[in-house]
Design a protein around this ligand. Structure first.
Ligand code: GDP
Length: 192
């Protein structure tokens, strides 16, 4: 739907209507298979479907939440849909993003390495005030864990990121992830 895409592009530079109603582009980054699509579907639809591979796809999904201070945050969520393989496209993908969520799988050290790559990449090419979150997903698979919680915490701390472990399967910490991001978004200054 090009109308929606145009609307989104034009919102990149426009200030939100007011400080109580925020709108932000959020991109998900991380290895294929770490659960990016499942995190989005759990957040937006409250579903986990382990049997069908769902791709959020070419377009984006949006979801609005209300924070405790009654600020509303509309997330416009972009999934890479496999484009992480074409790293030359990546800067286009996260251009204009106010939030980057870097996801790894706690059972996969490889995916944690890839997360470290994305942190560097965003520091080089992302917007300087981007809010970054590091997410260790599949926390329900604790018997298969290969990435200690402390490693995630350390990477996040070093790079000024918010860190959380989630399970898109059980929905553990999924809403908390987006609420915490919402709290960390810069508020536009109100005209006095
Ligand atoms: P993406 O390529 O990063 O978008 O990954 P997907 O969302 O397609 O998920 C990849 C696979 O991991 C699927 O088979 C999911 O069912 C599974 N998966 C995703 N999140 C979780 C989770 O939190 N726990 C478990 N046990 N499996 C998950």
């Amino acid at each position: 739907n090009s109308g929606a895409l145009n609307g989104l592009n034009s919102s990149e530079n426009a200030a939100p209507a007011d400080a109580k109603n925020l709108r932000v582009k959020l991109v998900l980054l991380g290895d294929s298979g770490v659960g990016k699509s499942c995190i989005v579907l759990q957040f937006v639809r409250g579903q986990f479907d382990a049997t069908s591979k769902v791709t959020v796809g070419a377009s984006f999904l949006s979801q609005t939440i209300t924070l405790q201070d009654s600020t509303t945050v509309k997330f416009e969520i972009w999934d890479t849909a496999g484009q992480e393989r074409y790293s030359a496209l990546a800067p286009l993908y996260y251009r204009g993003a106010g939030v980057a969520v870097i996801v790894y799988d706690i059972t996969s050290p490889e995916s944690f390495k890839k997360a470290q790559y994305w942190v560097k990449e965003l520091q080089k090419h992302g917007s300087p005030d981007i809010v970054m979150a590091l997410v260790g997903n599949k926390a329900d698979l604790h018997e298969k864990r290969e990435v200690p919680t402390e490693d995630g915490m350390e990477l996040a701390e070093k790079n000024g990121m918010f860190f959380i472990e989630t399970s898109a399967k059980t929905a553990d910490n999924i809403n908390e992830l987006f609420e915490e991001i919402g709290k960390r978004l810069p508020r536009p200054s109100q005209p006095s």
